[in-house]
Design a protein around this ligand. Structure first.
Ligand code: HEC
Length: 157
């Protein structure tokens, strides 16, 4: 009997979870505006700059002397990241997790860590050693971007 009750409780929470997922999907379709739209554009720029850096540094194609420009944008923007996620902002269409606001210190630290990794990549591009650049590029993506996304951004399906 007890088992049965537990089983139906489990079924109810699965239903709740599925219901929640449907709601999240509906929210994802909402268009972001204001600061949310802006920060998503900044993130999209990070994505485009990362792609440009891969072409220049990893594939070894294109004007490699322009690589520092792409890294510099990330370094300059990094300290502003926490301000792009204001307390009590309208988060319509956002994929940020509540942890961004609940764990403010951790989020700031993730932005700092990202800046440090970008600075290391800038130093590597100035050094010009291909292996160093590849390692710094990988660390920026995995630990800099990924380090923050793992804890503060909804997982992509
Ligand atoms: C300090 C945290 C942090 C760092 C560092 C960070 N991101 Fe993000 N990123 C986020 C959060 C949070 C979101 C979700 C924003 C939202 O939807 O409100 C996001 C969203 C994105 C998006 C989706 C934007 C959209 O149009 O919805 C892309 C692309 C992205 N990030 C790329 C990157 C890349 C590439 C890097 C590194 C070069 C990076 N991010 C570094 C926290 C971070």
């Amino acid at each position: 009997m007890r088992k049965l009750v537990l089983a139906s409780l489990a079924a109810a929470s699965v239903a709740a979870a599925v219901g929640g997922a449907t709601l999240a999907t509906a929210q994802e379709k909402e268009k972001a505006t204001g600061i949310t739209a802006y920060r998503q554009s900044v993130m999209d720029s990070f994505g485009a700059d990362s792609k440009a850096l891969k072409t220049l540094l990893i594939d070894g194609e294109g004007p490699v002397d322009l690589a520092p420009l792409h890294v510099q944008y990330m370094i300059d923007m990094a300290p502003h990241i926490p301000d792009l996620f204001p307390e009590g902002g309208d988060n319509k269409g956002s994929h940020a997790l509540p942890a961004v606001w609940k764990d403010r210190e951790g989020f700031k630290q993730a932005a700092d860590n990202f800046k440090t990794k970008a600075e290391a990549l800038l130093a590597a591009t100035e050094g010009g050693d291909k292996k160093e650049m590849a390692m710094a590029y990988a660390a920026l993506g995995k630990e800099g971007c990924g380090g923050c996304h793992n804890d503060y951004r909804e997982k992509e399906d």
